[in-house]
Design a protein around this ligand. Structure first.
Ligand code: ATP
Ligand code: MG
Length: 210
């Protein structure tokens, strides 16, 4: 479970969002919506301890992770965090297998994850030869191999067609059910409607999904 307490982020004079109180229990998915530039990615980055909030706290399973030092932040990210970045963040010159090894070396888990994302048996292929959508699916497979307790996804369906977009959302739902909290920044209405709750970062309104 991840929780924010009065979380605020400003850049200079400009406040993106203020006193945000959100709770994402294990097993649930929260969508972050709002116009471009409203601060969705910044909120994800704060949750992932990649960026510091201006004020407020973040609790992960009761631990105040905003108080951690650099080493503690790194350990938290390694142990608990699965990040699906807008730009995939894969090692381009490595093979799919080498990219999955970063998350865990269990070959059976690799095979299961690749099967799930429609890339079964392609472990030896180099990442830079794959299309944008395929790279996004490798990033998703890597996430499944890691089995994090918190997943942060930044427009995870941006580069994908409708079927693959659905596959990504279904996989994230499965991961939530198996024991993690999921937060997804998205401009896509189908993705938003697949979540349990929706937080609009520009109006700061929280609603239960339809
Ligand atoms: N390090 C920084 N210094 C100053 N301003 C920043 C910094 N990082 C982000 N911003 C600003 O904060 C605002 C929010 O950016 P953010 O990337 O969080 O928006 P977003 O909601 O994810 O947008 P999009 O939908 O386009 O991805 C933008 O106006 C951006 O320019
Ligand atoms: Mg963004």
């Amino acid at each position: 479970m991840i929780r924010t307490l009065q979380l605020t982020k400003s850049f200079g004079e400009r406040t993106l969002w203020q006193d945000v109180d959100l709770t994402v229990p294990t097993g649930e998915m929260l969508a972050l919506v709002g116009p471009s530039g409203s601060g969705k990615t910044t909120l994800l980055n704060c949750l992932g301890l990649l960026e510091k909030p201006s004020s407020g706290d973040i609790l992960h399973d009761g631990t105040r992770i905003t108080r951690l030092g650099a080493g503690g932040r790194r350990r938290f990210r390694r142990a608990h965090l699965g990040y699906l970045f807008q730009n995939y963040a894969l090692m381009e010159n490595a093979t799919i297998r080498e990219n999955l090894d970063v998350a865990g070396r269990d070959r059976k888990l690799h095979a299961r994850a690749l099967e799930r994302v429609g890339l079964a048996g392609r472990e030896k292929e180099k990442v830079h030869r794959m299309s944008g959508g395929e790279q996004q699916r490798i990033a998703l497979a890597r996430l499944m191999v890691k089995r994090p307790s918190l997943v942060l996804a930044d427009e995870p369906t941006g580069a994908l067609d409708e079927d693959n977009g659905r596959m990504v959302v279904d996989t994230l739902r499965e991961m939530a059910r198996e024991g993690c909290a999921v937060v997804i920044a998205t401009h896509n209405d189908d993705v938003r409607d697949s979540c349990d709750a929706v937080f609009d970062v520009s109006t700061q309104r929280l609603t239960a999904a339809v």
